[in-house]
Structures are given as structure tokens and as C-alpha cells.
Design a protein around this ligand. Structure first.
Ligand code: ADP
Ligand code: MG
Length: 495
């Protein structure tokens, strides 16, 4: 409990304020009057009561977004004015970055240092990057052959965007979706994850402070199968941008089909991290550890399948074991913590189930496999050696600090095995050989390949998956495609 005393005054004041739904720039009580507990996974204690939006609340929010789309001038506003609002928001986020970091850390267990120096600065940079795009969205003129015509395209905002986000990077996920949608001229209803709604609510306060017109951004906290489902079904919503599990992504896609609501889906992964014999082993080992243990392994792109070439297998394993046992597991708000708790009891139980299952399928746990301390949902960094492709831990996304280490012999073998997955989000390749690097990078069926690095992200670099990892690219200029429709215009030039 004592860690709460270290929270900044801004965070403590925020925690004291009641948490409503942001609709039309007002904080409203949910129509049902219902709230739910927000739990700190480091201590299992409740630190806030969160408004539980129902269908009717979501409809109010979607209506506000629809009205704002047409009436607030948002999509007809001068693009540089839209960009200026985003810049103002980024400046406010910068002023309040300590609070934003503390809120994610408190809510879902992200180590405070990672939040403060990693995800929060990335989120701020993302808003500024997208602010710049507001003035650079252009169509093209097209030479047509059928006659004397001027033909050109317009990129128009898709309308009301429903953004449904997960709990693993609460602020960053909110900002990925919000800032691209707003730059494109869309209005938004954001549904944060029920496990980690605080930074989104604080962001909503900053959005009001930045002066955004009413209804441009609305935030409905609530449960997935209530508020989330209502949003994906709403006829007022033109597009759903979702990040989360593959199973929920499939449900959302089915629901969205009713109204032909556009969807983009960033889903799960089981990403391979491939270490060749000629790799720089010092870099490869620390990259493999960071690849799987960053944010407790609660990352859609976690490098959860570590393939190691036979000649260096024992050596790499030994280094992985040695270094992972040094990772400090503890309260997320402690600045010396390298790995916090997993997000919830549900995840805690699920991850332990995977570890037990691996044992019964013949997996050898060489480090971890245990819980760290009973105060919160702590699981020690866990490494399973000699995993084979048929084991559950080699196939299913665990979303926890569990690495499956596997041995391979040849380059084509490892490509085939890496690709033999339902998922296709990201991959890492460790080699000093430029031909191996490009050969493997081209052959992998994934959205992102990191060579001699892992988990590097930039607002300018497109991000998204293939296969069961979803479709659509967030970040980079491709993100704007998610929030725009192309219109083609023909002008007859004959007199
Ligand atoms: P996880 O299993 O990692 O919690 P989910 O895919 O369940 O991820 O959740 C991601 C987001 O989707 C959360 O905001 C959650 O509330 C929401 N969600 C869950 N179920 C549904 C649903 N049936 N329809 C729409 N959104 C949902
Ligand atoms: Mg929480």
C-alpha cells in the first residue's frame, strides 16, 4: 500500500474525482447508475469506481460523435486547425506525463520506468506525428483515357470511429487510434479496457482542456460484452478500430457486418524470435529477454517463440536463464521494478494453466514457473526449454512472461516452423549475415520484422498483422487509410 504515497499530487487528486462518461464534453453518470471496481494488480486493492456504460450510454455517445461530425465543423475545419488541437493535446500530455505514467502503472502493472520513459513519450510523439498529417492528407489527379475529363480523388473522413482498446498499453493504444482518426477529420467514441480505464479518462480531461469542440471525442468506460458490443453494433458508428484478442476481433467483425461498419483489427500473436549461430550473442540474448518479458509478456508482439540454432543452443539457454533470474519483479510503481504483476486474477490463473500444461506435455521449466509474491498477481519470468511445435505453449498466445525456447538446424526449416502459426504479427531475426537477414525477413509471413533488435516502435513506422493477427496498419501514414474513404470525381471538360 505504501507505494501509493509516492504518487504525484496530480494523480492523487485525479483518483479522488468521480469518474464519469465523457459525452459531448461533459462527464456524465451512466444511465443505469452502475459502476465497477478498478483493481491495482500490484496489491489487489481497489483504487477507483468506474462508470459502467450500457447500450443507451453508448448510443448517447455515438449520437454526440455523429452530431459533432456534421455540426461542430470538425471534418470541414481547416486541417491546420485540427492539427493545432492535436498539438495542444500533446503539450498538455507532456506537462502531465508523470500522472499518465502513474495511472497506467497503477491500473495494469506496467513498470513505472517503462511507462514514464517508454510508452508515455511514445504516445506524446504519436499525437504530434499525426497532428502533422492533418495538413498532408491529399487525393490525386488521374489521367483517364475514355475522353476529355479531369479525374481526381478526395480523401474524406470515414465518419464516427468506435475505438475499442485493450489493457496492455492503455494510453498508447488510445492515442494510436484517436490521433489518426482525429487528424483525418473523424469523430470518436473510445471504449477503454475495463482493467485499465484511468489514463483514458485523464486523457479525456486533457482533451477538454485543449479546447476540442464538444462531441469530437467521447469516452465510454464499461465492459466488453456490454459497452464494447454496443459500439460494434451501433448503426451510428462508421468504423471500428479494435486492438485485442483474436476471439473478440472475430465477434466484432461479425457484429460490424450488420451495418457494413468498416473494421481494422490488431489481434494476437505468437511471434518467433530467431537466433542464428553467427549472431552477436550478447545482443541476441538481451533482445530475446526483452522481447518476451517486456511489460510482463503482455504484448501482442511478444517474442514468445525463441528459436535458437543448435550450435549455440546450450550457451544461449544458459545466458537466458542467468539473466532472467536477475529481472526484478515487484510493485509496478517501484522505480527499480523491471517486471510488474500481470493485469488481473483471470490472466494470473490463465498463465499458470499454460505453465502447468507445458509440464504435462513434457516441457522442461528451467527458470520461473512460480508466483513471486502473494500480495499481487506476480509471476516470475518463466523459460521452458526443448519446446516442440506441437505443444500448446508453442501455438497459443499466453500473454504473460513465458518463453518457449526451441532448437533448429537450418534456415529453411526455421522459416517454415516460424510461419507454421495461425498468427503473423511480428518476428525477430538475429544474425550478422546480411543475406540471412534479408532472406528471412522476406520469407516471414508477418507485419513487422526486427533484425538485431526487438520491440522498436515509431509513430512513422506502419504496424499491424497478417493471418489471425488481423489486418490494417496503424501508425505511419498508412494509418490514415483506416480513417478515410476515397471519393473519385469526374469533370467533363468538353464544351
Ligand atoms: P483481453 O482478452 O486481452 O482482455 P479482449 O479482446 O477481451 O482482450 O479485450 C479488448 C477490448 O475489447 C476491451 O476493451 C474489451 O472490453 C473489449 N471487448 C471484449 N469483449 C467484447 C465484445 N464482445 N465486443 C466488443 N468489445 C469487446
Ligand atoms: Mg486496473
Amino acid at each position: 500500500m505504501s507505494r501509493l504515497d509516492t504518487l504525484s499530487p496530480g494523480t492523487r487528486e485525479f483518483l479522488e474525482r468521480p469518474k464519469g462518461l465523457l459525452i459531448d464534453n461533459e462527464w456524465l453518470n451512466p444511465l443505469s447508475g452502475k459502476y465497477f471496481d478498478d483493481v491495482n494488480p500490484s496489491t489487489k486493492s481497489v483504487h477507483a469506481q468506474i462508470a459502467r456504460a450500457s447500450d443507451a450510454d453508448v448510443e448517447r455517445a455515438a449520437k454526440a460523435a455523429k452530431d459533432a461530425f456534421y455540426n461542430s465543423r470538425w471534418h470541414n475545419m481547416a486541417p491546420n486547425e485540427r492539427g493545432t488541437y492535436l498539438w495542444k493535446l500533446a503539450d498538455l500530455m507532456e506537462i502531465h506525463q508523470q500522472e499518465l505514467a502513474e495511472l497506467d502503472s497503477l491500473d495494469m502493472g506496467m513498470p513505472i520506468r517503462a511507462a514514464r520513459y517508454g510508452t508515455v513519450p511514445l504516445a506524446i510523439d504519436h499525437v504530434r506525428y499525426m497532428a502533422g498529417w492533418a495538413t498532408k492528407i491529399t487525393g490525386e489527379s488521374i489521367g483517364v483515357s475514355v475522353g476529355n475529363y479531369l479525374n481526381y480523388t478526395l480523401k474524406e473522413p470515414v465518419g464516427v470511429v468506435g475505438a475499442i482498446i485493450p489493457w496492455n498499453f492503455p494510453l498508447l493504444m488510445a492515442v494510436w487510434k484517436l490521433s489518426a482518426a482525429l487528424a483525418a477529420g473523424c469523430t470518436v467514441v473510445l471504449k477503454p479496457a475495463e482493467q485499465s480505464p484511468l489514463s483514458a479518462i485523464r486523457l479525456g480531461e486533457l482533451i477538454i482542456d485543449a479546447g476540442f469542440p464538444a462531441g469530437v471525442v467521447n469516452i465510454v468506460t464499461g465492459l466488453g460484452d456490454e459497452a464494447g458490443a454496443a459500439l460494434s453494433r451501433s448503426p451510428l458508428v462508421n468504423k471500428i478500430a479494435f486492438t485485442g484478442s483474436t476471439a473478440v476481433g472475430q465477434t466484432i467483425m461479425r457484429e460490424a457486418a450488420r451495418n457494413m461498419t468498416r473494421v481494422s483489427l490488431e489481434l494476437g500473436g505468437k511471434s518467433p524470435n530467431i537466433i542464428f549461430e553467427d549472431a552477436n550473442l550478447r545482443q541476441a540474448v538481451s533482445g530475446a529477454l526483452m522481447g518476451i518479458f517486456m511489460n510482463q509478456g503482455e504484448v501482442c508482439a511478444a517474442g514468445s517463440r525463441i528459436f535458437v540454432q543448435r550450435g549455440i543452443y546450450e550457451q544461449v539457454l544458459e545466458a537466458l536463464i542467468e539473466q532472467s533470474s536477475k529481472l526484478k519483479v515487484g510493485d509496478a510503481l517501484d522505480p527499480s521494478t523491471r517486471m510488474g504483476p500481470v493485469v488481473s486474477e483471470e490472466q494470473f490463473v490463465k498463465i499458470q494453466g499454460y505453465i502447468e500444461g507445458a509440464k504435462s506435455q513434457g516441457g522442461k521449466i528451467v527458470v520461473g514457473g512460480s508466483t513471486a509474491n502473494q500480495q499481487g498477481f506476480f509471476i516470475n519470468p518463466t523459460i521452458i526449454r526443448d519446446v516442440t511445435d506441437d505443444m500448446t505453449v508453442a501455438q497459443e498466445e499466453i500473454f504473460g512472461p513465458v518463453a518457449a525456447v526451441m532448437v533448429f538446424d537450418t534456415i529453411d526449416e526455421v522459416i517454415e516452423r516460424a510461419n507454421r502459426s495461425w498468427y503473423g504479427l511480428a518476428a525477430g531475426v538475429w544474425t550478422e549475415n546480411i543475406r540471412t537477414a534479408h532472406y528471412v525477413a522476406h520469407a516471414l509471413e508477418v507485419g513487422t520484422v526486427w533484425v538485431n533488435s526487438y520491440h522498436v516502435y515509431d509513430a512513422a513506422a506502419p504496424w499491424g498483422g497478417r493471418k489471425m493477427s488481423g489486418f490494417g496498419r496503424e501508425m505511419g501514414k498508412e494509418a490514415l487509410d483506416l480513417y478515410t474513404e476515397t471519393k473519385d470525381v469526374w469533370i467533363n471538360l468538353d464544351r
